[in-house]
Design a binder for this molecule. Structure first.
Ligand code: ASP
Length: 459
């Protein structure tokens, strides 16, 4: 049995919904279908989930992003979208639209609870419409709502975490015969008291991952609008290829560095149970996409190169720092007190640098410096902004760590200076820091040199 999750772009209008029906019909193992709310339909349109949040926050959601869309406009956009879906798919609309309107106009919940309830309506009504359409075209499909089978989340309301009883509830309620299918709205669940709660944004991925885990699926298919996970950001390298197979660990290393394929937490339980995940394209369903596995035999040294921009380095200098026990621990504690996530720690006897996202220093840097000065009394603190960290990833690197030499030689040939170098203890990734203004060139150089077939094979 396969669990298939269709993201916002795959269910954004009737044309896309017809495509997903074809996909579901093409493989009888596709029995559990998870759907998102309709995504962006045209270039300047907003996602239904954002309109719902705008409504719940009385217009401040879009205002914060300097987008001028009133609550009235959001309400109209939502109602129009669902009405059009019903009309285009020729399904009964009155009951659905009346219920949606009632939910959006007579809700007396407040703050987070109100936001969670409104946010959940996107998936809730989309799943109802798609279920009706699937029945109409002859699929033996049942709508399973998270509030009915008990997809239990904690009380965080807008950042709910799945509770353990959810897995038993799924096992109990999802007993499927061969030709039966179920459709589940993603993204939301209920608190133990039965109030609606949502997971973090993109949470339908998590619904799919948890269903695949609880049902011990053979495969979790994540249908989206790209052909899979690319070796390198295709916005920088337009002819970048899709990675056919990679491990969870490799994807984790790539996705933590700017590859945002899907919600990483969605993979955790699949990884634990060795359930493979395949990322596929709804608009190109014959393409095999990217398969994500627990283990694989590497044929190549590298699977991909990622780049994280807008990093800053905080370099601390102090004579005899190396002999001061507890110095690093205290420094990291200070960063923690400022809620700043830290990455990479190049060190030497009397020098230590910490890389952070420069956004996190905004409004903080003077106080942070003051605190470091007061508690650690360094001789100097140097802050460098606008750095990029390029990360090369592949389990094959373990077999050939001299790939590093090729990387550095390629940078040298092209006169690209680097600011930092760091190899991970697992030996399956290494990181090169460069000035952001030359980072695209550096990325291209490393990609051309290292991912070209003849240089990337473990021979
Ligand atoms: N609709 C929600 C969002 O836009 C959840 C999802 O699509 O996964 O974040």
């Amino acid at each position: 049995m396969k669990v298939c999750k269709f993201g916002g772009s795959s269910v954004k209008n009737s044309t896309q919904i017809k495509k997903i029906v074809d996909i579901v019909k093409r493989d009888e193992k596709r029995q559990v279908i998870v759907v998102s709310a309709p995504g962006r339909d045209e270039e300047y349109d907003e996602k239904i989930t954002d309109h719902l949040l705008n409504l719940a926050t009385e217009g401040s959601h879009f205002l914060e992003q300097k987008i001028e869309i009133s609550t009235k406009n959001s309400f109209d956009a939502i109602m129009k979208k669902y009405e059009k879906l019903c009309d285009d798919l020729s399904i009964q609309k009155k009951k659905i639209l009346d219920a949606l309107k009632k939910d959006l106009t007579s809700c007396d919940l407040k703050d987070d609870k109100k936001q969670a309830f409104f946010l959940s309506r996107g998936e809730h009504y989309n799943a109802k419409i798609i279920a009706d359409y699937m029945k109409k075209v002859g699929l033996n499909i049942k709508l399973m709502l998270p509030e009915d089978f008990g997809f239990i989340l904690d009380n965080e309301y807008t950042d709910g975490k799945v509770q353990p009883q959810t897995y038993d509830n799924i096992k109990k309620h999802f007993t499927l015969k061969d030709d039966e299918k179920v459709i589940v709205p993603g993204f939301y669940g209920v608190t133990p008291k039965g109030e609606i709660s949502v997971m973090s944004r993109g949470g339908s991925d998590l619904t799919g991952g948890e269903l695949a885990y609880a049902l011990d699926a053979d495969m979790y298919e994540n249908w989206t609008d790209t052909n899979g996970v690319y070796e390198v950001d295709p916005r920088v390298i337009p002819d970048a290829k899709v990675i056919p197979r990679l491990t969870f660990k490799e994807l984790r290393l790539l996705s933590s560095k700017g590859f945002n394929v899907f919600h990483f937490n969605a993979m955790l339980n699949c990884k634990k149970s060795k359930i493979p995940i395949r990322v596929r394209n709804t608009n190109n369903p014959t393409n095999k996409g990217t398969l994500i596995l627990s283990e694989r035999v590497p044929m190549e040294k590298l699977v991909g190169v990622a780049k994280l921009d807008n990093m800053a380095s905080i370099h601390i200098q102090k004579d005899m720092l190396g002999e001061e026990i507890g110095f690093t621990a205290e420094l990291l504690k200070i960063f923690g007190e400022f809620h700043i996530n830290t990455y990479h720690y190049p060190t030497d006897k009397d020098d230590l640098a910490i890389l952070v996202e420069q956004e996190d220093l905004k409004g903080n840097i003077n106080n942070l410096r003051r605190e470091i000065d007061k508690r650690l009394k360094p001789d100097n603190i140097f802050v460098t902004y606008s750095l990029s960290v390029i990360t090369l990833v592949g389990i094959g690197l373990k077999e050939d760590s001299f790939t590093i030499v090729d990387a550095i030689a390629a940078l040298k040939e092209n006169n690209i200076a680097f600011e930092m170098f760091d190899m991970s203890p697992s030996k399956i990734s290494f990181h090169i820091g460069v000035a952001q203004n030359i980072s695209d060139i550096a990325l291209e150089t490393l990609y051309d040199k290292l991912l070209a077939k003849e240089n990337n094979c473990i021979c």
